[in-house]
Structure formats: structure tokens, C-alpha cells
Ligand binder design. Structure first.
Ligand SMILES: Cc1cc2nc3c(=O)[nH]c(=O)nc-3n(C[C@H](O)[C@H](O)[C@H](O)COP(=O)(O)OP(=O)(O)OC[C@H]3O[C@@H](n4cnc5c(N)ncnc54)[C@H](O)[C@@H]3O)c2cc1C
Length: 292
């Protein structure tokens, strides 16, 4: 007989990892998921080549998060090496790409998810799909079972409840943010976009560049450190992991009512004096050609 009963709301990667850790103790674990199957957003992430983590040193990696100091003890425990070993334990080989990111060799999320769910079932974790949590009072859940074209509402009491309901992006995949209503508003921080591109109105001159990458450039927002990588020019502005990394400082400038200044060095490997020399008109080439 298990000693405590724990409910986990949401079968995305956060809920599954909570189930994985808690199932190593003498707990009875029920996972409630409102969708007909688990981790739909994770599967969507796998469609574009699943980047599972980053292999850079922890001191550098942790800076990618807001509240880095608060998160550090957790991230330290489950660092990149741990994640690669964990994947291996599920039969999924991984590799570190040239960008330092860790990918499953197959690039997809589905094989990893299948193996993960199988192992959790073997660890006696119970899954209840089409079960939407509609209220939470202390550790009492009100659940709506949407099976068989009808819905049935019931309540259940647990010893502890883990909310792993996701944020509010891509709500069609399940994470609609309803859980915020069950919380004391002063105990949660308002949501803000995390991976956000930059909106910028380009002149017509730039149209031929839409979709083109700016390769191996340096980018920074004062006072952040220089970030190196690629940025894609889109019809509405700029996108890429480099831009996402600078998002926090850009948001901060906006909050302070400052104008947003994003600095780009398109040729970071070329000295300024060298560049000036290269851009001088010569007898061989017109200035227009040189600039092109
Ligand atoms: C296109 C795309 C590409 C991405 N690429 C990557 C990538 O390469 N690498 C990476 O690390 N991340 C990537 N992500 C982000 C990643 O998918 C998310 O960070 C991750 O899924 C978040 O996990 P989560 O468990 O916190 O939330 P979610 O995955 O959103 O899971 C929350 C679950 O809770 C359920 N739920 C919510 N409310 C209730 C309720 N009231 N009752 C019952 N169930 C409920 C939802 O149905 C959902 O299944 C990508 C996302 C997208 C959309």
C-alpha cells in the first residue's frame, strides 16, 4: 500500500518528469491530462528538430534563465550530462551540434516520448487522459472526465498536487493557463513572452533579404554580453535563438520606457581598420560594388 497519493495535472514534459522523480518513492501517482494523449506540445517541438538542452558549461547555461540564482541548485542537479544519460536510459542516442545544443540523433520527440511513457507505466504511474482539472482547493481537485462524448464531474482529495499545466503559448495543444485562476494572484508572476522575435519595419530595399540568415554575427543589447550566432531576417523583423537570448534585456529596456537598441556586428572577425580599408573605392571596383 503506497504511503501518499499525489496528483499531477498535465502530461507535458514537466508533468512526466515530476512523475518520473516521484515514482522513485513510495507514492501512488495519478497524472490527469485534458487532451486524449500526452505531451502534444513536446511532439510539436520534435517536428522542427528537437533541441533537448545545451551542453555549454553550467555557469554560462544558467544565464539563459530569468531568476538564475534561484534555479541554479535544480539545474545543477539535472545538467546536460544528466539529460544525455537519461535519454540513453530510454534507448535514445543524442549528440551535441555545432551550436552546442543537444539533439536526439533521430531529431524527433515521438520515440523518446513512447519509451518514457512505457517506463512510467512500468513504474506504476497511472494516466487519466481526457480528464480536465477545472478547480483546485487546497489539495482537492475537481475533475471533468470528457470520455464517451459526455462529461462527468467529480472531486478527489490527494496528499499533494503538482501543477504541470504549462504556460499559455500554443493553447490548442492544451496549455491554456486556466490554472492561474486557482492561485492567489500575488503568488504568481504575470506571464511574459520568452522566445520572442523583434518586430521591425524594413524599407523596400530589404525585401530581397527576407528569409536570409545573417551568419556568425555578434549581437548585444546594453548592458548584456555579446552573443554570437546566426539571425534570420524576416518580413516582420528578426528571429533566432540569438534574438531570444537577448529578449530579457530588450524587455527590460521597454519596461523602463527606453527606446530599444539592438546592436549587430555583421563582421565580428574583421578589424575596424581592415574594414575601412576594404570599403575604400578603388580603380578596379566602383563604391557600389564594394558595398554590395
Ligand atoms: C513549435 C515549437 C517548438 C519547440 N521547440 C523546442 C525545442 O526544440 N526544445 C525545447 O526544449 N522546447 C521546445 N519547445 C517548447 C517546449 O515544447 C515546451 O517548453 C514544453 O512543452 C513545456 O512543457 P510543460 O510540461 O511545462 O508544458 P506543456 O508541454 O504545455 O504541457 C502542459 C500539459 O498540461 C495539460 N493541461 C493544462 N491545463 C490542464 C488542466 N486544467 N487539466 C488537465 N490537463 C491540463 C495540457 O493539455 C498539456 O498537455 C517548442 C515549442 C513549440 C510550440
Amino acid at each position: 500500500m503506497a504511503n501518499k497519493r499525489i496528483a499531477i495535472i498535465g502530461a507535458g514534459p514537466a508533468g512526466l518528469m515530476a512523475a518520473e522523480v516521484l515514482s522513485q518513492y513510495d507514492y501512488e501517482i495519478d497524472v490527469f491530462e485534458q487532451k486524449p494523449s500526452a505531451a502534444r506540445k513536446f511532439l510539436m517541438a520534435g517536428k522542427t528538430g528537437l533541441n533537448i538542452s545545451h551542453a555549454e558549461p553550467l555557469a554560462q547555461f544558467i544565464e539563459r534563465y530569468d531568476h538564475a540564482e534561484w534555479l541554479k541548485p535544480w539545474v545543477e542537479k539535472w545538467d546536460a550530462v544528466w539529460i544525455q544519460n537519461w535519454m540513453k536510459g530510454l534507448g535514445i542516442d543524442s549528440y551535441v551540434g555545432s551550436s552546442g545544443r543537444i539533439f536526439p540523433v533521430e531529431m524527433k520527440a515521438a520515440p523518446l516520448l513512447r519509451a518514457w511513457l512505457k517506463r512510467l507505466a512500468e513504474q506504476q504511474v497511472k494516466f487519466f487522459y481526457r480528464h480536465r482539472c477545472i478547480n483546485l482547493q487546497g489539495t482537492t481537485l475537481t475533475l471533468e472526465n470528457q470520455n464517451n462524448q459526455s462529461s462527468e464531474t467529480f472531486t478527489q482529495q490527494y496528499d499533494a498536487v503538482v501543477l504541470a499545466c504549462g504556460a499559455v503559448s500554443w493553447s490548442q495543444l492544451g496549455s491554456d493557463g486556466t490554472w492561474q485562476q486557482w492561485m492567489d494572484q500575488s503568488s504568481i508572476e504575470p506571464f511574459q513572452a520568452s522566445n520572442a522575435g523583434v518586430l521591425h519595419t524594413w524599407s523596400a530595399f530589404m525585401e530581397s533579404c527576407f528569409g536570409e540568415p545573417l551568419k556568425r554575427i555578434n549581437a548585444w543589447v546594453e548592458p548584456s554580453q555579446v552573443t554570437h550566432g546566426d539571425i534570420v531576417i524576416t518580413h516582420y523583423g528578426l528571429e533566432s535563438g540569438v534574438i531570444y537570448k537577448l529578449g530579457r534585456d530588450l524587455r527590460e529596456q521597454q519596461k523602463q520606457g527606453k527606446s530599444l537598441n539592438l546592436f549587430l556586428d555583421l563582421l565580428p572577425d574583421v578589424e575596424l581598420t581592415q574594414l575601412v580599408k576594404k570599403l575604400q573605392a578603388s580603380k578596379k571596383q566602383s563604391l557600389t560594388n564594394i558595398w554590395r
